[in-house]
Design a protein around this ligand. Structure first.
Ligand code: SAM
Length: 230
């Protein structure tokens, strides 16, 4: 049974997808997609031997070797330019996902959709999309097993498209779609963040030496959260 999180990532792949799943671990996502869709093909990339072996075993157990190519390598090194049209990268920190995209940018020539599921710091990925010609076309936030996950979907296109120029900094942080939708998971995540930030600000203001820059940043972020949560 695939996690709800990965099933949601899979929903954003088109029929007949030709995609690379980077950091595929057991290759659960490519197997799920290729079992459901006989036209789909995938590269499952893994940098570590253990997960690579698990991916191989999983793919073989479903007789999917002709459609899922499991490859050992760092990030997008495992694909050739033009080989895939979609990329999924799930279950890693936002900065690592961003670095994988940045380092493999030359492999993205034929990629028209990127689906990223960062465990933390989605902002770093939104910022990368924004400065590299990818339009954020959708976002999801969901809770599973006590964790809150964000899913970002981007396509080649006007990177400013999703953002209000006046509020861009805030939207890059909180997510332009998620902010409007204000789902239960979104509210929970940011209520908790606001409580943490308010506590930190309080502690900082009590300290003997005050880092004005940090205090101002926290005050700005808390104000944004108050606006969005009100
Ligand atoms: N994508 C799966 C998911 O969402 O359930 C697995 C997530 S698992 C927490 C992260 C996987 O990414 C690990 O198997 C790890 O070996 C792999 N990984 C980390 N850095 C990588 C990189 N630079 N290139 C390829 N795989 C990487």
């Amino acid at each position: 049974q695939l996690s709800g999180r990965l099933a949601k990532v899979a929903e954003y792949l088109p029929a007949g997808a030709r995609f690379a799943d980077i950091g595929s671990d057991h290759a659960y996502l490519p197997c799920y997609v290729c079992l459901k869709d006989p036209q789909a093909e995938a590269v499952a990339g893994e940098v570590n031997q253990g997960p690579y072996d698990s991916a191989m075993d999983e793919v073989k157990s479903h007789n999917l070797e002709s459609r899922i190519h499991v490859r050992l390598g760092d990030g997008l090194d495992v694909v050739q330019p033009g080989e895939v049209e979609q990329v999924t990268i799930a279950g890693m920190g936002g900065p690592l996902i961003r670095d994988i995209l940045a380092r493999g940018e030359d492999k993205l020539t034929a990629v028209n959709r990127i689906i990223a599921q960062p465990n933390i710091d989605a902002r770093s990925i939104r910022q990368w999309f924004y400065s590299h010609g990818y339009n954020l076309v959708d976002e999801q936030i969901m809770e599973e097993g006590g964790h809150i996950y964000e899913i970002l979907v981007a396509e080649k296109g006007d990177p400013a498209g999703a953002y209000d120029p006046v509020n861009r900094e805030k939207e890059l942080w909180l997510g332009p779609y998620l902010m409007k939708e204000k789902s239960q998971a979104f509210l929970r995540k940011w209520q908790e963040e606001m409580a943490k930030k308010t506590y930190i600000l309080d502690q900082m203001q009590k300290a003997s030496t005050v880092d004005t820059e940090k205090v101002e940043l926290l005050q700005k972020e808390i104000k944004w959260l108050e606006e969005v949560l009100s």
